[in-house]
Each structure stands twice: as structure tokens, then as C-alpha cells.
Design a protein around this ligand. Structure first.
Ligand SMILES: NC(=O)C1=CN([C@@H]2O[C@H](COP(=O)(O)OP(=O)(O)OC[C@H]3O[C@@H](n4cnc5c(N)ncnc54)[C@H](OP(=O)(O)O)[C@@H]3O)[C@@H](O)[C@H]2O)C=CC1
Ligand SMILES: N[C@@H](CC=O)C(=O)O
Length: 392
């Protein structure tokens, strides 16, 4: 077993977690030689000689053969990872934004430099989704991957639906628990889930889509009345990320949208910071992966698993990667609920047909069918007056 000398970038929620975990796992033959952070004056729960603010203390150290990148700045992480590859170091990362934005380039660089780039922690925290899609589902025909991939929003939605918490209180608690991104806009507006969905889509279907291709709406415009409607009708509201193949030409429908989920469905039972992903395939029908999607030790467990996989030179091969023309979000339609406190002019025009209209002094809603082409209209997605919720 080769000795892994680790250079760790970041000593925040996850970085400090993996430091602690590795201290308790001497049998792994992996130890942290240097930790690079940003703020040299912060108190650290580790010996001060380990710390530096100079990235080159890791990147130019020839004894360090593994870089574990756990920082909150994706631009800085991009520079660090590229240099690490050039210097023939393996990289483990949890940085979904960075990966989603540079996925194919980074995979190519790992290949050219004959090193490994592993990032299980970047999607669904502790849940081993990437390696399962990559290895186990290699031969089975996948139809969809769908579920809850962001712990912060699921925590907030659970607290709002089940404990009548306010959005602000629930978000604050998610931040205090270390679930949220440094800028929680990434969580609550659905960007984080969209980044994760692009990573999932490449490993599931071999197709690289951009986060901007995903039809995305977060949870910030949901109102108490929407939760009341959901309860009355036997639903709960979840932020669901979904990529599915709909046509023989391989067209993908990829969305991150607030979704009414029937209370008796598996996904409805995924609460708090837990994530849960349904994998639909021709042979095995539907399977479910479930576990903690955020937080110090759950995320560290996935980072640890990647470090451990380096011991046997594991690499993602992306065998399913297809260079065919990729078509995303062009066909089909969905059943949508649009709620608003005041009448919003022109929204009826988005619907192909309307099934239900409700109007009162304090709240209105319309339920009907909207084509995918109209659903991606930014006017509809970005209007904060509108609660947009799809039916699964
Ligand atoms: N928290 C979670 O549950 C999960 C997080 N992730 C991902 O893991 C990564 C780390 O997240 P998390 O630990 O929560 O973040 P934190 O905000 O808790 O910690 C971020 C760390 O990054 C360091 N840092 C920021 N910029 C730089 C830089 N330019 N150079 C060196 N160090 C830098 C900070 O330094 P300093 O301490 O000096 O401020 C800090 O130690 C992110 O990519 C996140 O998306 C993935 C899955 C789950
Ligand atoms: N902020 C993210 C952290 C894990 O990826 C989340 O809440 O899921």
C-alpha cells in the first residue's frame, strides 16, 4: 500500500472534519503534511506548524502526493487543482461548482498527468452516488436519476413544513449546523443542486450538460399558503433535481424545481439534511440511495472513501461518455402550480391548459400544464412573486 502524504486545502466544516478522521485512522497509511488556509489569524484546533497561507507549500512539495481540496472559493480551487495535476499529484475534491464548471477539462488533465481525480463528496455528501452510477450501473440502461441532492434546502423545507419554522430561522439553523455553502444563495436558489445534477448526468448518462442548461428554481419564493395547500392535498414540498432521458435520440430533461411529492412516496420520507436519490433503469426498475447529504462528518466520510480509493489507484473512467449532439430540455410538458399573493398579469399565457384556478383576497393559484419550452422562460422562473411548484 503506497503512503499517502496529503496536502489539505481548507480547514472549515469539512477540512477540519477530515483532519480529525485521519488522525483516528492510522491504518490508512495516509497523513496530512500541510494545511493551507486563507486567514492566518484564525484559531485552529491543530498544531500551528501544520498551517500555511501559501499554496505552493503544498503544490511544490515533492513529498506530497495527494491534494485534498476543501475550500469555499471555486476560482482559487481551479488554479490549485490544475497546478496539482501538473505537479503529478492526485486530487480529492468536494467542490461541486468547480467540478460542474470544468468537469471535462479536469478529467482530461487527470488522464494526461496519469493521476486520479475523485470527488464523491461533491454530490449528496455521504451517499455514494457517483461511484454507483459509474461502476454498478455501467451496463444497465438508466432512464432517470431523481431526488433530493441539497441538504440545506431539504432541512429548511422540512422545518417549514413539519415544525412551522420561518424560512429565516430554518436557514440560520442550517448555516449553524455547517450544511450551507459560504454564500447560501447557492443552496436556496438551486444553483448547488444544478451543479450536482450536471455531475450526476455525466456519470449516469455520459452527457455533459452545463448548470445553465438545467431548468432551475429554488425555494425562496415559497409561501406559507403553498405549504398549507400541500398539506391539504396530501403532499409535501421538496426541491427535486431530476435528469431523465425521454427520447431515443437521448434528449434529456434536466430540472431542479420545487415539487409536490405525495406523502406515501419514498422521497417524502427524506427529511432534514438527508439526501435521497431514485435511480430508474430498464432492468432493475427503481432503486433508492439515501443518507446524510451535508455536514462535517458525513461529508468527511465520502472524502475518506476517495482517499482510501487512491490506495488502489482508482480513477473514474466515464466509460459512458458520449460525444453525440446533446439535446436538453426541448420537448415534453409538466403539470405546474403557480401561486401568488397578488394577481400577476400574463401568467395564464404560459399554460397550455388550465385545470384549476383559485382566487381569494389573500392568495391565488393556477394549476395546469406548461410545455418545457415555456417553463424555461426566465420571466416565469425569476419572478419572486410566483411560487412555482411542479407535480412529480
Ligand atoms: N459543508 C458541507 O456539508 C459540504 C461542503 N462541501 C464542499 O466542501 C468545500 C468546503 O466546504 P466547507 O468546509 O463547508 O466550507 P467552510 O466555509 O467551512 O470552509 C472553507 C475553508 O476554505 C478556506 N479557504 C477559502 N478560500 C481559500 C483560499 N483561497 N485558499 C485557501 N483556503 C481557502 C477557508 O479558510 P479560513 O479557515 O482561513 O477562512 C476555510 O478553511 C466546498 O467546496 C463545499 O461546497 C461539499 C459537501 C458538503
Ligand atoms: N450546501 C450543500 C453542502 C453539501 O453539498 C448542501 O446543503 O447540500
Amino acid at each position: 500500500m503506497q503512503k499517502l502524504n496529503i496536502g489539505l486545502f481548507g480547514f472549515g466544516v469539512v477540512g477540519e472534519g477530515i483532519y480529525k478522521v485521519l488522525e483516528e485512522k492510522p491504518e490508512l497509511n495516509a497523513s496530512i503534511k500541510k494545511i493551507v488556509i486563507k486567514d492566518k489569524d484564525k484559531f485552529r484546533n491543530a498544531p500551528s506548524e501544520l498551517f500555511s497561507t501559501n499554496a505552493n507549500d503544498i503544490l511544490n512539495d515533492e513529498e506530497i502526493n495527494v491534494v485534498v481540496e476543501l475550500i469555499s472559493d471555486s476560482d482559487a480551487a481551479y488554479t490549485i487543482i490544475k497546478k496539482a495535476f501538473n505537479n503529478k499529484k492526485h486530487v480529492v475534491s468536494a467542490n461541486k461548482k468547480l467540478i460542474a464548471e470544468n468537469h471535462l477539462e479536469l478529467l482530461q488533465l487527470q488522464k494526461e498527468n496519469d493521476v486520479s481525480f475523485l470527488y464523491e463528496a461533491s454530490v449528496c455528501g455521504s451517499v455514494p452516488i457517483i461511484r454507483n452510477l459509474e461502476e454498478y450501473f455501467d451496463n444497465d440502461l438508466l432512464n432517470y436519476v431523481s431526488g433530493i441532492v441539497n441538504g440545506t434546502t431539504n432541512y429548511i423545507l422540512t422545518k417549514m413544513a413539519n415544525e412551522n419554522d420561518t424560512y429565516q430561522d430554518a436557514l440560520k439553523a442550517a448555516q449553524e449546523n455547517g450544511f450551507a455553502e459560504a454564500d447560501p444563495t447557492a443552496d436556496v436558489e438551486g444553483f448547488d443542486a444544478a451543479h450536482k445534477l450536471t455531475i450526476i448526468t455525466l456519470h449516469a448518462f455520459g452527457r455533459k450538460i452545463e448548470s445553465n442548461d438545467v431548468i432551475r428554481k429554488g425555494i425562496t419564493s415559497l409561501k406559507t399558503k403553498d405549504f398549507e395547500y400541500a398539506k391539504e392535498k396530501g403532499f409535501t414540498i421538496k426541491l427535486i433535481a431530476n435528469s431523465r432521458i425521454i427520447n431515443e435520440n437521448g434528449e434529456l430533461i434536466s430540472t431542479v424545481l420545487p415539487t409536490f411529492v405525495k406523502l406515501d412516496k419514498t422521497i417524502a420520507l427524506v427529511n432534514n439534511e438527508y439526501n435521497g436519490v431514485l435511480i430508474g433503469s430498464s432492468l432493475s426498475d427503481e432503486q433508492f440511495l439515501y443518507g446524510k447529504g451535508a455536514g462535517r462528518f458525513p461529508t468527511s466520510s465520502a472524502v475518506l472513501s476517495d482517499i482510501s480509493a487512491l490506495q488502489y489507484d482508482y480513477q473514474y473512467s466515464i466509460r459512458k461518455k458520449s460525444d453525440k449532439n446533446i439535446i436538453v430540455n426541448k420537448s415534453g410538458k409538466v403539470k405546474v402550480y403557480l401561486g401568488s399573493e397578488t394577481e400577476v398579469s400574463g401568467i395564464k399565457d404560459f399554460f397550455e391548459d388550465i385545470e384549476e384556478r383559485y382566487q381569494s383576497n389573500s392568495y391565488n393559484h393556477i394549476i395546469g400544464t406548461i410545455s418545457i419550452v415555456h417553463l424555461k422562460n426566465q420571466k416565469l422562473l425569476n419572478d419572486e412573486r410566483l411560487s412555482l411548484i411542479v407535480f412529480e
